[in-house]
Ligand binder design. Structure first.
Ligand code: IMP
Ligand code: MG
Length: 185
């Protein structure tokens, strides 16, 4: 899989030491508050597993399915959301986790659903990556591990057509890999 990368942006050790810092900040901010972490599937799975084990607070974990990408590297513009577990959201401080903030449509849809369908004490968002770009939806994340340019990346939970999620680092795919997949090879 690494051979398919044009370059590596963040190696595993760099990601994990940044997560140490991020988890320390989140731990300070939520100490003494009833916290529910709401992970957006599937992209946040690897990030969630490493981040949560660095937060030594009592917390509840809930997951919601969200899909906006097919096999393409651009957002379809439509976000499909799965069921929310209301009993884990009502009256609690909700921290959304997502892999990447791109157009903003996914995060905006989840925030809207959480605030419309439940009564959380607060809602904040934490993302592994945020692309520096103009977003289709005006939304920002409260916690960001890394900012990147407007490039399509894979690894550490992020996929291209369902592949590369288990790559331990984050990198940019070679153009020929993208072209071959687009042609269905
Ligand atoms: P948004 O709704 O456009 O902000 O995109 C959010 C979702 O699109 C993420 O949760 C990812 O699943 C996917 N996505 C956006 N950019 C990338 C990328 O560079 N690589 C892989 N998936 C991405
Ligand atoms: Mg994806």
């Amino acid at each position: 899989m690494r051979n398919d990368l044009e370059c590596t942006l963040f190696d595993e050790d760099v990601i994990l030491s940044r997560l140490d810092q991020l988890a320390a900040t989140i731990t300070d901010d939520y100490r003494g508050k009833p916290l529910t972490v709401l992970a957006i599937l599937h992209g946040s799975l690897v990030f969630m597993a490493d981040l949560l084990r660095r937060i030594p607070l009592p917390l509840q974990l809930s997951c919601v399915q969200a899909a906006s990408y097919g096999n393409a590297t651009v957002s379809s513009g439509v976000v499909q959301l799965g069921q929310l577990e209301r009993e884990l959201l009502d009256g609690r401080h909700v921290l959304l986790l997502d892999d990447i903030l791109d157009s903003g449509l996914t995060l905006a849809s989840v925030i809207e659903a959480v605030t419309n369908k439940a009564e959380p004490a607060s809602v904040r968002a934490c993302v592994l990556l945020a692309k520096r770009k103009l977003r289709e939806q005006e939304v920002s994340a409260d916690y960001i591990a890394f900012e990147i340019g407007d490039e399509f990346v894979v690894g550490y939970g992020l996929d291209y057509g369902g592949h590369y999620r288990n790559l331990p680092c984050i990198g940019i795919l070679k153009n020929e890999v993208l072209a071959a997949a687009t042609l269905g090879e």
